[in-house]
Design a protein around this ligand. Structure first.
Ligand code: HEM
Length: 388
């Protein structure tokens, strides 16, 4: 398939084989490199773009998802990923479109599970190879640029990509090849962009559906920051905002499944024997909607967290009640960053605008559709009113 990192690493995840150690290293690079500086540079452009584009009533469906996708991909990719700002700035839409094409092309197919059927899918396989070439053509120049920057200026600021150049791969003497680097960078981009954008679209949908929650949130923002713009630290400290986002991730984990896991030795799970060669797929909504561990799990109710009546450790370390970021050794390395993005962007969107139902709709349609993430089947339409 298209995005396969061919390495002899024993750690496998679906089609992507990741080198050992990149995430378990003492300084998780993703945690380390995602600084407030890059975020503060990108948030204003996201919000300015929105104000410039908005009239009092506007269908904002693609805008919410697409703009937040671009905002998060900008924040995620530039300084953190490769530290090369100018090229990313000039071509975020191109990169975003390319990444989307990769994801759509990589949707699971029956021949992934039954290779005997692969001759019937030769057209699709050919298309995958073309997309892979396009992916390499788009991303490799940034990798090369970073490499030459490091060579000429070793003191330059740190970027995630730097940690991959020297990666030691278990059972292999050589470092990652250029095409493996492209795959690892792509995973970083995909993991950090659509997830956050999807969560934001659902978040706004829920705030439109529940105006009382929106106004409670706005009141908290107003009382915390007054006329100043919400910043990252404010967002961290706002109890109700954090409760809204946690409830959002409980009700709408951006992916139905964690990535494919495996056991390292035969195990028993829920009464089933799991051999080492089995793919273990974890269906996340079933955990977060389990009536035996949640009261009224079907309700969108941030107060469950805000009042402290219920709680959940989203890492799954202190018990498994919701796992929007997966769990275990392969838990999402962008957990901290993703949470900050959703908190901050949602707070800023509510601070700047009042969101309400579009007149063409009777109520918010919460039907789901599976793309790479679980998106709204009917993209959200809303009326946005700037708060002056
Ligand atoms: C709301 C935001 C996010 C959500 C809900 C989310 C969710 C997830 C989930 C469920 C997994 C699979 C974990 C598992 O299988 O146990 C994952 C993996 C991953 N995520 Fe995220 N993610 C988010 C944001 C981010 C961000 C901001 C980044 C990076 C900038 C990122 C990078 C990754 C990567 C690289 C992996 C693969 C890790 C591995 O294979 O070990 N994610 N994410």
């Amino acid at each position: 398939m298209a995005v396969v990192v061919t390495s002899s690493s024993p750690i496998k995840r679906g089609r992507v084989i990741l080198p050992v150690g990149w995430k378990d290293s003492p300084e998780n690079p993703i945690k380390g490199v995602l600084t407030g500086v890059s975020r503060s540079l990108e948030m204003p452009s996201f919000l300015n773009a929105s104000s410039n584009n908005m009239s009092v009533e506007l269908p904002v469906s693609t805008w919410i998802c697409h703009s937040s996708e671009l905002a998060t991909s900008n924040v995620t990719t530039k300084a953190p990923l490769c530290g090369v700002w100018t090229p990313w700035r000039s071509s975020p839409v191109k990169i975003d479109d390319m990444m989307k094409t990769v994801l759509i092309t990589l949707d699971p197919r029956i021949d992934d599970f039954l290779p005997i059927l692969s001759p019937f899918f030769s057209k699709q396989r050919k298309r995958s190879m073309q997309v892979r070439e396009e992916q390499i053509r788009t991303i490799l120049p940034f990798i090369e640029k970073r490499r030459s920057l490091l060579k000429n200026n070793p003191e330059t600021s740190f970027a995630y990509l730097d940690t991959l150049f020297d990666l030691e791969i278990e059972g292999r003497k050589s470092r990652p090849t250029d095409t493996e680097l492209v795959s690892l960078c792509s995973e970083f981009l995909n993991g950090g962009t659509d997830t956050t954008a999807t969560a934001l679209e659902w978040g706004i949908a829920r705030l439109i559906e529940n105006p009382e929650i929106q106004s409670k949130l706005y009141t908290e923002i107003k009382s915390k920051v007054g006329d100043r713009k919400v910043d990252e630290k404010d967002a961290e400290e706002m109890v109700y905002l954090n409760a809204v986002v946690k409830e959002l991730l409980r009700k709408h984990p951006p992916t139905y499944f964690a990535l494919t896991h495996a056991v390292t030795q035969p195990a028993t799970l829920g009464g089933y024997d799991v051999p080492t060669d089995a793919n273990v797929e974890i269906f996340l909504p079933a955990i977060a909607e389990d009536p035996s561990i949640w009261s009224e799990p079907e309700k969108f109710n941030p107060d469950r967290f805000a009042t402290g009546k219920e709680d959940a450790d989203i890492t799954g370390v202190k018990g498994v009640k919701m796992l929007p970021f997966g769990g275990g050794r392969r838990i999402c390395p962008g957990l901290g960053l993703g949470t900050v993005h959703v908190n901050l962007l949602l707070a800023r969107m509510v601070q700047e605008f009042e969101w309400s139902l579009h007149p063409s709709q009777q109520k918010v349609d919460l039907s789901e559709k599976l793309e790479f993430t679980v998106v709204m089947k009917k993209p959200l339409r809303a009326v946005v009113k700037p708060r002056i």
